[in-house]
Design a protein around this ligand. Structure first.
Ligand code: ARG
Length: 492
């Protein structure tokens, strides 16, 4: 339809190669709504008669109600197919005016901004659900001691809730990033036209308001050439999915028979075609894998924009499927994690047992020597390290099973009574260890309670903010729908 200078039709394979129709289905709705707002603006600026507007809107409404009526065969993209539909439906006298003061270059980026702002709201809502799930589980497990690991070796005693709250802290930062990113996405590029604006008087603010944007992207070159906001969006998703991959990995490890700290619900587990006993954490493994796919989306996008000249180039078309795939993958990952977190059984006994038999109280014991016996930490570190070696040489026995006589040899040069040291060791149960560690951000019960309270409030505030944003866009669409109805009813 656009072929004014090139004559005849495109080569069939080339048309196939150029076509973005497949991925354009996701922006079809945005394109129709965008075209309605643009047409109403053209009318209010005096470029369309009421009757022409009426005909165009009738065509767009018909397409909106029955999108399958839009014949996409032979077109390079949905913008062309929709315009062709409108011209066929409304006649070229009216329909041929819809593309006045507009280009596919501002149109495609308008559609993508509208689509991605919805995706951000959906993802933020799913993330808020996951935060709630984590916080609920944390509240149930704030008194469940378990070993904490560094290098995947037992380090200190913590609680299951402390891990869950660490995930919440990380994910709240992702929420903040997404929330900010929305502000930059929610600006209208419409009216930038091909690259340099239009000689035809238009009102960019009118279309921006009608479509629920907060403001416009002012510079017409920037509006049509820049894709940084989508890069930022996918970068944020990529960062978030790498954290979700870590959570998935923790859960995978803890669900092994060797750890047995948690048990995944059957409906979030797969099995083996050969080994009947198997209960595999496949959903979590795919969460882990998706962080690679989403990073892949980002890398592809960065590769495409790298060294592109200013102004639209067709390369940019290939950004669309990457952004869309990143959204779809992220939503699926969040829903899966939410389901897994809420349904996972926590084996409190097993965690407690592991904490009790662990040497992860060693640092606490050394600190007690520092506090009670006033010896330098470096010395306490050596004494306790040696005491642990004694316990290991006796067959990995718990430190609490050592007697004063086992300890005496390790402190013989010091003015320490082995009985006092034995007492300090015996008293250092996992519960005591947690009780004594009161530093801010530690797994101490009062810290857990404080963090749960604070983070629940933050999650709740975001939930409210997201709903406000969704309502604000919906409100603009409702008013637009009312205008459309009004113009379509008008008798002239
Ligand atoms: N299908 C194109 C895309 O997705 C639309 C813009 C085409 N513009 C152009 N000047 N060729 O990016």
């Amino acid at each position: 339809m656009y072929r004014s200078r090139p004559k005849g039709t495109l080569d069939d394979d080339t048309l196939q190669f150029l076509s973005s129709i497949e991925h354009d289905q996701s922006i079809l709705y945005c394109d129709l709504i965008g075209s309605e707002a643009h047409s109403i603006m053209l009318h209010s600026m005096g470029h369309l008669t009421p009757n022409e507007l009426k005909k165009i809107l009738a065509a767009l409404e018909s397409a909106r109600k029955n999108p399958e009526k839009i014949d996409t065969r032979g077109f390079e993209d949905i913008h062309e197919a929709i315009e062709a539909f409108v011209i066929k439906y409304a006649g070229v006298e009216a329909g041929g005016k819809m593309h006045t003061a507009r280009s596919r270059n501002d149109q495609v980026v308008l559609d993508l901004r509208m689509k991605i702002r919805d995706d951000i709201n959906d993802i933020c809502a799913a993330l808020a659900d996951l935060l709630e799930g984590l916080l609920e589980k944390a509240d149930e497990t704030k008194q469940v001691p378990m070993p904490m690991y560094t290098h995947l070796q037992q380090g200190q005693i913590g609680t299951f809730s402390h891990f869950l709250l660490s995930y919440v802290s990380t994910l709240i930062r992702d929420m903040e990033r997404l929330y900010l990113c929305y502000q930059r996405i929610n600006q209208s590029p419409l009216g930038a036209c091909a690259i340099g604006g239009s000689t035809i008087p238009i009102d960019r603010k009118e279309t921006a308001v009608a479509l629920g944007f907060d403001s416009i992207v002012r510079n017409s070159v920037d509006a049509t050439s820049s894709r940084d906001v989508f890069l930022e969006y996918v970068a944020v998703l990529s960062i978030m999915s790498s954290s979700l991959g870590r959570i998935a990995e923790d859960f995978i490890i803890w669900s092994t028979t060797e750890f047995g700290y948690i048990e995944l619900a059957d409906r979030y587990s797969s099995t083996s075609s050969a080994m009947p006993q198997k209960k595999n954490p496949d959903p979590l493994e795919l969460v882990r894998a998706k962080s690679a796919s989403i990073a892949g989306n980002l890398v592809t996008m960065l590769g495409i924009v790298k060294a592109l000249p200013s102004g639209y180039s067709r390369d940019m078309q290939d950004i669309k499927p990457e952004v869309l795939a990143a959204s779809t993958r992220t939503l699926a990952v969040l829903k899966t994690m939410n389901g897994v977190v809420r349904s996972t059984q926590v084996n409190k006994k097993r965690m407690h047992q592991a904490a009790k038999s662990s040497y992860a109280v060693a640092l606490d014991i050394a600190e007690q020597l520092v506090i009670k016996k006033k010896i330098p930490f470096r010395l306490a570190h050596r004494i306790v390290g040696n005491i642990v070696s004694v316990a290991v040489s006796k067959g990995d026995i718990p430190l609490a099973d050592l007697r004063a006589s086992d300890i005496a040899g390790e402190i013989k040069d010091l003015k320490l009574d082995p009985k006092d040291v034995e007492k300090i060791i015996k008293e250092m149960t996992p519960e005591k260890s947690l009780q004594l560690r009161r530093s801010v951000g530690s797994p101490h019960l009062s810290e857990q309670e404080e963090m749960i309270k604070m983070m629940s409030q933050v999650a709740q505030n975001y939930k409210v903010g997201i709903q406000k944003r969704i309502k604000m866009v919906q409100g603009s669409f409702d008013s637009l729908a009312k205008s459309v109805e009004k113009y379509m009813k008008s008798s002239r």
